[in-house]
Design a protein around this ligand. Sequence first.
Ligand code: ATP
Length: 779
Amino acid sequence: MNIQKKTNQPSIASFFSKTDSSIIKTPKKESEPPSIRVENKEVIKSPSSDSEDKPFALAPTKKSRKRVLSFDESGPDEKSNASNENIKKTPTKAVKQMKIIDTKIEINDEKDSIFTKIEQTTITPIEQKTITDTQSYNPGKTNYDPINDACWKLGSDVPYSSLSTTLLLIEETSARLEIIRILSNFFRSVLSLSSRDLVHCVYLCVNKVAPDYDGIELGIGETIIMKAIADSTGRTVEQLKLDYKSKGDLGLVAEASRSTQRTMFKPKPLTVSLVYKKLKEIAQLTGNKSQQRKGDIIKSLLVSCQSHETRYLVRSLIGKLRIGLAEQSMLVALAHACIRNEYSNLKETTLKEHLDNGTHAVKDAFCQCPSYDILVDALVDKGGIDKLKDLCKATPGIPMKPMLAHPSKGIDEILKRCGQSEFACEYKYDGERAQIHLTDDGKIYIYSRNSENNTSKYPDIIERIPNAFQSNVKSLILDGECVAYDIEQKKLLPFQTLSTRKRKDADIKEIKVQVCIFAFDLLYLNGESLVEKSFRERRRLLHESIVCIPGELVFAESRTTSNIDEINMYLEQSVKDGCEGLMVKTLDDDATYEIAKRSHKWLKLKKDYLDGVGDTLDLVVIGGYTGTGKRTGVYGGYLLACYDKDNEEYQCICKLGTGFTDELLVSLGNSLEPHIIQKPLAYYRYSSSLTPDVWFDAVKVWEVKCADLSLSPHHHAAIGLVDEGKGISLRFPRFLHERQDKSVEDATSAEQVADLYRRQEKIKKIDPDNQADDDDDMY
Ligand code: ATP
């Protein structure tokens, strides 16, 4: 976002002109910025080039950034459109069919008239783009043109600087729609000019290098990164540590350290593909000398970084981009980019339906098949959005986002909701979700609720489960709960016992806690997805495909009844048997498997709900209050927040000070120490009266129980959903335990908080028609 230009290179203004012949370059002195005349009409003087010998100038302030934006927007906008006026449809996949010959494009696909038009409109400007332009790249520009406003040329690698500029703009923007627009503009250029790089751009935007289920994670130890920063900037680790302590963000520290450094030679600019490749290599390195090798790669990248690239590279390495971009928004931006490029001749009003349908198709495809490699390949190479349904579907070996249940507060509510529909009551086991896959080649995988690969955690299940498959079963995806189990006593054990098992690479000989799988659904069988079938049908197929092995793999206990007394007795029985309560599932009516949805076709009825608010809440810890008296030396209380998915922000919901033992206060405090940040993140919503003594990065999720929920002028949870100006807070919140299996984006959402509030008995009494929202939520 730096407007400075190098004098020996053309200004960005030249890229908005129609042809070379319309550009008249005025001779320039060495010390003067170039001045360029476009079509004899307008003289656009490029901004000062005083950074000529300062390639690593400090990051521009917000003020200077604004200046850049206005330069871009007021200047050559019209001309950029003019140069592109004949192009009705931006080339996406066809880019591959073009070859650049000097300043002309050779068209291989004769049939496509669009590209013939491109030939007539000389695209020399794209050709001429150089690294200079990346400094004034502005994906936030209004009327963004994916070709003319990009800062790299057709067919070349996407410069990493264009991505880091996009991330910077997103970081400085709080409105979700604007974030989506900025990112989709960037993706449009990538699709149009270098579609092969799109998948790498997507991965870097969500700070991943592989699908979650591959288990290849970024997140390198700070010590290695600090050492690499020190080596590549000439600063000492001690100096860096001091800065880190005051800034609380190693990315910013690294950026400032790079920008104060003078270099002899300007390094070769980084490309998105190279950065992606190196990050993946770092994440996969193991064994002897891997730390040394990681350090070397990081150093080599850092040396090539310019301006904000340093910040985002370091944050990627740490594993936290901190730009407030949720995966769901990235998917929307991706869908919008494809649609806008495909229908670039449509007006905004007509485009809306396409945008909505496209977004739905992309999100749905990703739920069925959460792999960006497959998704982007389908979008770029295999026919685009229209083909997603065929290409991104349930596949053994790739986890599906599970269906979740809505909480319910009592049997009355269940009967009311289910109406005349028949439903099954199943035991609600207290373990860990296990999605078990058998692939055609006989491999078995186990995935968690969050699509993590738990296969190496359960070698015991992997060993014995093939015995449970009927001989006709060639491939399947089974949904179930993995529960700690005492084989001798034939007794279920609580989740706490299960959580003592090793989380990765368990050795079968060392396993002490035995587990039993309680199968409750079948999502795929022998080449066919079952998600569109009714639960009754899926359950029938499940029972036909599996042979129970007592104590190892059995069907979930279930009863089909709508008699209140029977349900009550069954609920009591489930709790006596060591379960949390019941899961109530519609059998026939709309009883499909709703991937990635919290559906009303599944209701959870926990025993605890009956005297509480309906459910516990999983909240994000964002701040700590210094303890006094008996709690001196530890945090005496914490500030907790729910997650608002629409605005992608954490909204404070309560101060929490009960439910802790003295030991817990010490260990929880210690575990939060590495996550202290100097100031609240841009996407924390809180009142100043609640400002904690210490802010934490959003990393920890705690399960909390409360007496009830009330409207609050201080807390911001679900603000605007129940009351225009007030949020919701928890009364008498109590810590239960940490939810290590939940990411912060899986925390209780603002929608859920509003839903719980509406459900409260007292609210219903005041307004008997006030029912909780009936819509199923995408999560
Ligand atoms: P959620 O998963 O709904 O976000 P949570 O993680 O707090 O919430 P619970 O509310 O305790 O979990 O219950 C939902 C979980 O119960 C399911 O994700 C699943 O792992 C588990 N479960 C146990 N028994 C069953 C069953 N019979 N059918 C479906 N899920 C079950």
